[in-house]
Design a protein around this ligand. Structure first.
Ligand SMILES: Nc1ncnc2c1ncn2[C@@H]1O[C@H](COP(=O)(O)OP(=O)(O)OP(=O)(O)O)[C@@H](O)[C@H]1O
Length: 615
């Protein structure tokens, strides 16, 4: 036999062996499959068939337990996510939606983690808000979230208001010569657009108010916005009041609110239930409005509750049961409406403070939901602000019935308070911190040591960094922004107000409405997202007739705002730096999120005409 044939035989034997092994394996597998299919494991380990059944049962049990655990874990995770979403929604709604980094242009690079967290929070907040909008158990629950609130249609001009506190002009006011009234209107550049032709005169003295229980000690006379709006708001008309920052708009809506409730209580048998709601964009502003409401309604023994996020709900729920007035941030108020703790079905007086902010895309949906919870036929709606961009006017008009529009100063164009000296410095991004330090040294040294300075940043992380930088340089500094707990925010603001800490670093949560006494200087380290926010930020100084000062760092990143800023500076008679002009003077048209590029600006008061006073 040749060597080759032996090798061939060996190969052949190997192949036969392999084929046999494969066949055995196949048979074994087929047998196992049949057994498993019949519910009995193969007796491979030499156990009896009975023992095999036990093992199967055990295995099934273990499998079921594993499955249950998995399901529980999934449910727990879903619940946690839901809770997180509520917090995120509150953050977006109550604090300032603009603090969510991905919602804004990014002048600075955020870390991957920050971006991911922000994206997740925003996504969940959106999902949650949508879910809640549809789940809302009130009388308009069937309306999808984008449906405008139901309207009462009045003939034009509108008929008499449904609820009025029974305002009658005082005899002394009526007796004043028309020229005195005209002088007052001209001196304060008051424009009244009254679709009702009601010929109501401004209440130029507190003594012309209907008999009241208000203590105006410390004030000599009503401010122009108070004088001009009171006759209309006291008469029960819807009203838009636009006046500069720090001009007393809070009392402009607080006084009629209190009179309104007193009148209702006197005329109705049942005096229970919330009658007035004031909505504000931030918790701190809500608390400030609440303090004013409390002070001025004390005599009338009305009960007010402040409803805002970031704190437990129990106390708010309890107070809501006996409240006449609710001052609220939108997120928490909607929460309490949804769970049935806040009943707005008796409300007939609604105020949107900082109305343009309340109607912009961050809050629009929340406001619609609140409005749906209030019966529209009896609702008197008031909107107050220092800035009234075209982009929100159409939306505002859908919530109002033939409103009287009152503006102090030429406010159809954006106007900053003229008593604020504005300085804009075009600067390199990297030079900001050293320039800030130099400004603080200049304005807070020696005898000026305790002068209050408010520094604005755009992002929470930026505020934290600036605070750390200034503290490392030995400055006394506090901060307020959305990354802090409510207790920390409240404490920082109190310390700044009381002068215990004269330097406050803030994001735009502090831009609107806050009335902090004697803020000497506002510094904008990073330009805000909108020109309106710029006007509100610098408006934290120069309040109630005082002078103020503002410094703004302007970089290449902010060039989209150069045209609008140039206009604001020019309108207030402030110097416009050459370097700013180089960025261009074109003003970009602001588009409303709901209408996008197709938005056509329409003033809701188009059919009205300027008020004429009779002799
Ligand atoms: N009639 C008045 N006379 C003098 N001061 C007043 C009068 N009414 C209100 N004030 C004071 O003016 C200051 C500013 O008022 P308020 O906070 O209501 O301004 P605002 O117009 O709402 O400002 P912002 O636009 O910033 O929200 C407050 O300290 C308030 O006490």
């Amino acid at each position: 036999m040749s060597k080759r044939s032996i090798e061939d035989m060996e190969v052949e034997a190997m192949v036969v062996e392999q084929v046999k092994r494969k066949k055995d394996k196949k048979e074994k597998k087929a047998k196992k499959d049949v057994v498993v299919e019949n519910g009995v494991e193969d007796n491979v380990n030499g156990v009896t068939e009975e023992e095999g059944e036990e093992e199967v049962k055990d295995k099934r049990k273990r499998k079921k337990e594993k499955k249950d655990k998995k399901r529980e874990k999934k449910e727990r995770k879903a619940k946690e996510e839901e809770e997180e979403a509520i917090v995120a929604a509150e953050d977006a709604m109550d604090l300032d939606a603009r603090e969510t980094p991905e919602a804004q242009p990014q002048p600075e690079k955020l870390s991957k983690e920050e971006r991911r967290a922000a994206k997740k929070a925003a996504k969940e907040a959106k999902k949650n808000a949508k879910k809640e909008a549809y789940a809302k158990p009130n009388r308009n629950a069937s309306l999808p979230p984008d449906t405008p609130a139901p309207q009462v249609t009045y003939s034009t001009p509108a008929g008499p208001p449904t609820v009025s506190s029974g305002y009658t002009e005082s005899a002394e006011l009526t007796a004043l010569p028309k020229s005195t009234i005209d002088e007052f209107l001209t001196e304060h550049a008051i424009a009244i657009t009254d679709p009702h032709d009601s010929n109501l005169r401004p209440i130029t003295s507190f003594s012309y108010l209907p008999s009241n229980s208000f203590d105006f000690t410390g004030f000599t006379s009503p401010t122009p916005i108070q004088a001009a709006t009171w006759p209309f708001t006291l008469s029960g008309y819807d009203c838009i009041g636009v006046a500069e920052t720090g001009s007393g708009k809070t009392l402009a809506f607080a006084v009629p609110a209190i009179r309104h409730i007193i009148a209702l209580k006197a005329s109705q048998k049942s005096s229970k239930g919330v009658r007035a709601v004031v909505v504000s964009p931030t918790r701190e502003l809500a608390m400030q409005i609440y303090d004013s409401m409390e002070e001025y309604s004390k005599e009338a023994r009305l009960s007010t509750v402040c409803v805002y996020g970031g704190v437990p709900k129990d106390e708010q729920r309890a107070k809501l049961k006996r409240a006449d007035i609710v001052v609220a941030t939108p997120g928490r108020l909607n929460d309490l409406i949804d769970e049935g703790s806040a009943d707005l079905s008796n409300v007939s007086y609604l105020v949107l403070d900082e109305a343009d902010r309340m109607l912009d895309k961050g809050f629009e949906e929340d406001i619609k939901r609140i409005i749906r919870a209030i019966p529209s036929p009896t609702r008197q709606t008031l909107m107050f602000t220092a800035t009234w961009p075209q982009s929100v006017r159409k939306l505002a008009s859908t919530f109002m019935n033939s409103p009287t529009k009152i503006t102090i100063g030429d406010r159809d164009d954006l106007r900053a308070n003229v008593r604020i000296a504005q300085t804009v410095e075009v600067i390199d991004q990297h030079a900001k911190e050293s320039r800030l330090l130099a400004l603080l040294k200049q304005h807070q040294s020696d005898s000026q040591r305790d002068d209050k300075i408010l520094v604005f940043c755009l992002y929470k992380k930026e505020a934290t960094r600036v605070e750390g930088f200034l503290r490392s340089r030995g400055l006394r500094v506090a901060s307020i922004h959305g990354d802090l707990s409510q207790a920390q925010r409240t404490m920082a603001l109190a310390q700044f107000k009381e002068g215990k800490c004269p330097l406050l670093i803030a994001t735009d949560v502090a831009a609107r409405g806050l009335d902090i006494p004697k803020v000497k200087l506002v510094i904008n380290v990073t330009f805000p997202l909108t020109i309106e926010d710029y006007v509100h930020r610098i408006g934290r100084t120069g309040r109630a007739g005082a002078d103020g000062m503002a410094y703004t760092f302007f970089t290449e990143h902010d060039k989209a705002h150069s045209g609008a800023l140039v206009n604001v500076l020019k309108a207030a008679g402030q110097p416009v730096p050459e370097a700013l002009l180089k960025f261009g003077t074109t003003v970009k048209k602001k588009e409303h999120a709901a209408y996008g590029a197709f938005y056509r600006s329409t003033d809701g008061t188009k059919t009205s005409k300027k008020i004429k006073f009779a002799d």
